[in-house]
Design a binder for this molecule. Sequence first.
Ligand code: PLP
Length: 390
Amino acid sequence: MTSHIMPTYARLPVTFERGEGAWLWDIDNNRYLDAISGIAVCSLGHAHPAIHQAICEQSAKLLHTSNLYNISVQEKLADRLIEKSGLENVFFCNSGAEANEAAIKLARKYGYERGISNPSIIVTEKSFHGRTLATLSATGNAKVQHGFAPLVDGFVRVPYNDIEAIKKVLAENDSIVAILVEPIQGEGGVNIPAADYLNNIRLLCNEHNLLMMLDEIQTGIGRTGKFLAFQHNNILPDVCTLAKALGNGVPIGACLAGGKAAGLLTAGMHGSTFGGNPLACNAALAVLDTLDRDNLVDQATQKGDAISAGFVVALAGIKQVLEIRHKGLMIGIELDSPCADLVPLALSHGLLINVTNDRVIRLLPPLIIDGAQITQLVETLSSLIKARFA
Ligand SMILES: *Cc1c(COP(=O)(O)O)cnc(C)c1O
């Protein structure tokens, strides 16, 4: 049968019907261990009872009224995000790309207020910020941009994890108003920068009066072992974008701002019909409650360390494995050659993984993964990697 879906994804030949925790079942009732969580979205696993309850209760009361009116559950969610992040206010939207669009608009507005008529944002190579025109222009991947020129102006690109390159741009270009980076690059290959990279960006932003903007769409909501990845560095950015795990599968994005970024947008300057609607906000509140109640953010550290240590032992001596890196449950295993074929192979062994940047196996297991599932993940995947190089 012909599909009437635009073929924007090369989909794997499987259709899932239901899930529970870290397990998924397909329409033929085969079971799979989910080590990618719908790309870092379902951090609480599938069919979590607290999320189910939050959606049911809210849908029985009110789904949508629009932002023409006050929305109490949106206010409550904003309070929680501010309390947990240390920032000052929030714009709600429906996806990561939209959250970054809001951040980009904040940066431009900030520039105009400083009298800069052609404001530019420093972004990095191998970054990923989304698929809308502005966010694909900010993205450091030619494949994402190919075919969609003219791109949106106002981005200056530097290598990731290279403070000197940022200093050089700042010395030569007085139109820079912001720096936008991921604390750890996800799509770019689970690239973990130097421990003081974000601290140095913070210092440069202070020195040059720039907005420090962090795309925490993949790293946020506990994934790396802190609620937000910048909390490993004891700093505060001016802007922080969230989406993915915030709703555990209910679409929601957020752009958080603090300090000089918090007062830039006023009535009529930005908006979203669905953004911050009661259903999405109640699901996100349940996500935050569950993370706290079950102490899942600390567990991300312990479980990530256990998984990484398991792979270090299981893959010892295999010279084609170049590096195993992780922070919490954001895990990359870099091989010396392209390995996208491991994805369908793992699928046929009942395991969902991802490969990004051609040769990095990326694992983003749910924060609720248990010890037996961790063992199964390490054993299944390392035996597939070993068999490949035997
Ligand atoms: C997924 C992702 C985005 C885009 O989010 P969408 O919800 O797909 O628009 C942006 N930035 C990062 C770091 C991401 O991982």
